[in-house]
Design a binder for this molecule. Structure first.
Ligand code: PGA
Length: 254
């Protein structure tokens, strides 16, 4: 089983258009020729169009950090998957823990967003993960199972063939505390097992599961060495082109 690694950068609410363009100019030459893994950048909505043009002809995919579930309508301040597809976005991050915890997104809303993203042939990256309180109460696996079962309820294997899942323990996001490779592997293997039960083994074996939460050049190799860790979703360390390029190029530069 060989899953193609995906290293994704989530800039969150960072970078203006000129900052985006300066980043891409530096980053694209640092990762040029890296063809054995997928690379994705998710700038804020305001930079997507400029980023799409700047990424043309490179090996870097464009992602969005969120979207609405409708095609259009009276939803002030929202952006639809139709709009994202129109400007050349490939991936959409859905259900990031900041969306769940700061903006109150529920599993039900997240499921609707996945359906909307799939309708436009965009690739959803479904984020799941437990809080510190849930981990300390021994509820980690139960939380992951519920988020998967509710978020992916009613879809078929054919619907979800492009799906990516990101395991992001909330206590590790932006805190500098990374899950150990053992903790991450335990969660990833469990996610794969649940997906095999929900769908089938082949689907689960082909699905890419990313780890997110304080990934850095110093810890990416240990994480990626684990059998069920297929990539990384990187926040803070994706904001500098040289640092993110080191993460993207893990295992190549030694
Ligand atoms: P971090 O964020 O790398 O800054 O911890 C990860 C994420 O939120 O995707």
């Amino acid at each position: 089983m060989k899953r193609r690694p995906l290293i994704a950068g989530n800039w969150k609410m960072h970078k203006t258009v000129p900052e985006t363009l300066a980043y891409i100019e530096a980053f694209k030459s640092l990762v040029a020729g890296v063809e054995d893994r997928d690379i994705m950048l998710a700038p804020p909505f305001t930079s997507l169009d400029a980023a799409e043009r700047a990424l043309e002809g490179t090996n870097i995919y464009l992602g969005a950090q969120n979207c609405h579930w409708a095609d259009e309508g009276a939803f002030t301040g929202e952006i639809s998957p139709k709009m994202l597809a129109d400007i050349g976005v490939t991936y959409v991050i859905i259900g990031h823990s900041e969306r769940r915890h700061i903006f109150g997104e529920t599993d039900k809303v997240i499921r609707q967003k996945i359906e909307a993203v799939l309708k436009y042939d965009l690739i959803p990256i479904l984020c799941i993960g437990e809080t510190l309180e849930e981990r300390e109460a021994g509820k980690t696996l139960k939380v992951l199972e519920t988020q998967l079962k509710e978020g992916l309820k009613g879809f078929s294997v054919a619907d979800l063939k492009s799906l990516v899942v990101a395991y992001e323990p909330v206590w590790a996001i932006g805190t500098g505390k990374t899950a150990t490779p053992e903790q991450a592997e335990e969660a990833h293997a469990f996610v794969r097992k649940i997906l095999a039960e929900m769908f089938n083994q082949e689907f689960a074996d082909n699905l890419r599961i990313l780890y997110g939460g304080s990934v850095k050049p110093e810890n990416v190799v240990g994480l990626m060495a684990r059998p069920d860790i297929d990539g990384a979703l990187v926040g803070g360390a994706s904001l500098k082109p040289d640092v993110f390029a080191k993460i993207v190029c893990f295992g190549r530069m030694e």
